[in-house]
Design a protein around this ligand. Sequence first.
Ligand SMILES: Cc1cc2nc3c(=O)[nH]c(=O)nc-3n(C[C@H](O)[C@H](O)[C@H](O)COP(=O)(O)OP(=O)(O)OC[C@H]3O[C@@H](n4cnc5c(N)ncnc54)[C@H](O)[C@@H]3O)c2cc1C
Length: 340
Amino acid sequence: MELLQQQDGRLLSTFRLAAVLPTVYQCYSTEDLAKVPLSPRPRVHGEGSNTVFIGPELPALCRYMASAKTLNWLDDDRAELHVEAGHNWHQLVQWTVSQGLWGLENLALIPGSVGAAPVQNIGAYGVELADRCRYVDFYHWDQQRLERMTVEQCRFGYRDSVFKREMAGRGVIVAVGLMLTRQPQRVLTYQGLDQLSADCSLQQVFDTVITVRQAKLPDPAELANCGSFFKNPLLPDADVKALQQRYTAMPVYSQGNGYSKVPAAWLIDQAGFKGKQVGDVGCYHKQPLVLVNYGQGQASDLLTLIAQIQHQVHSRFGVTLEPEVQLVGRQATTQTSVVS
Ligand SMILES: Cc1cc2nc3c(=O)[nH]c(=O)nc-3n(C[C@H](O)[C@H](O)[C@H](O)COP(=O)(O)OP(=O)(O)OC[C@H]3O[C@@H](n4cnc5c(N)ncnc54)[C@H](O)[C@@H]3O)c2cc1C
């Protein structure tokens, strides 16, 4: 295990607010995890692409860094890929495509680690991790034991899972099992991919996802951000119908279970936030759902902008926007819920 102290928070979060992380435990095995001091309990951390440190009081972090992968063929078509949590997600997708394995291509270019992928059930372009996941290996700190959890036990939902709720703080995801195939599993329904032909290649899907994403989303290496800042609200169909009578242009995606998703980006745009800035933090000009730090952003700027967006969207549409990004630390003045 490596013990790092006084780490620069800008290197551990793609939103890059100034912060100092007092302690970071970097673990490479379950034996390492068993040695991590648990009082107070550290916060499990990956690559920080869904985490913003808003300090000044920040918890110790624990990162699982092992990144080996093994491929087991189940038959001529299906292979189970076992990957340790510290592997970078996009590099994994790239590797599966290079091996001619279908399954992850729509999830290309999502930043972050494999270990964090089940936490919010990462999803993009019509595919979610849950669609390809076979199991998650979870290390329980209290019992010091490893559990292989089935997909049902993971209770995946829209940007949600048991790891974000009941299991949060209890342990660490150390590996994920994924089901991939040689036979194509094309998912081309999403806007941008619908231009591809029905017999397009795996490489074409992968390349197109990357092109579409690069056109819409800022690269965190160039402009600090954490991707979509808020979840798309899921509303009862009756509420959506009432809203549609007033806002006929509002896009709606029925989930077929009495609920519909309304794009948070549309609500934020309509509330007048595209390109709006508070200090050095703002809504990205091409996609207002993405909040960006232009360089010198302060936690207070971000919290003010979040509060303004939530307030305006709520007063105009009666819809509560919930952050998808996790805000870590304590700020006396915030009304936004913050975890530590
Ligand atoms: C430009 C950009 C685009 C994005 N696009 C998408 C997208 O299309 N779809 C999407 O779903 N997300 C997207 N995201 C969000 C982000 O990439 C994902 O949430 C990603 O899975 C976060 O990985 P991470 O390692 O950076 O997690 P971190 O931010 O480090 O952690 C996120 C959460 O996971 C927990 N965690 C991390 N590692 C472990 C572990 N080993 N065990 C248990 N818990 C753990 C943390 O405690 C925290 O709760 C985007 C982000 C950016 C910056």
